[in-house]
Ligand binder design. Structure first.
Ligand SMILES: [Zn+2]
Ligand SMILES: [Zn+2]
Length: 96
């Protein structure tokens, strides 16, 4: 499978810290994993940053919600809010 991301062209290093890439993080996971791949909602990550995203304790950028907001924002720049809602059904940007 060809790995692509709408957030970076550099899949050799971790998106967050620049260490060598070890994993690929799917921004939308579980049932939406395939859609993540389809739309490039993926990030190259190192083991350490990847664990932090998934362990749910980080309140900085290494946080599942923050990473999803990043993905949704970029997605909407390329496609649209309508398509995001159609595909993922939830607005993570929480604008009022
Ligand atoms: Zn990292
Ligand atoms: Zn992950």
């Amino acid at each position: 499978m060809e790995i692509k991301s709408i957030l970076t062209d550099n899949f050799r290093v971790c998106y967050f810290c620049g260490r060598p890439k070890q994993h690929t993080h799917h921004i939308m996971n579980a049932a939406n994993k395939k859609k993540s791949e389809k739309y490039g909602l993926m990030l190259p990550v190192c083991f350490i940053c990847h664990s932090k995203i998934h362990d749910g304790t980080s309140d900085d950028e290494l946080n599942m919600l923050v990473v999803r907001q990043l993905g949704q924002q970029k997605f909407e720049e390329i496609y649209s809010r309508e398509l995001w809602m159609q595909e993922f059904g939830k607005n993570y940007l929480m604008e009022d």
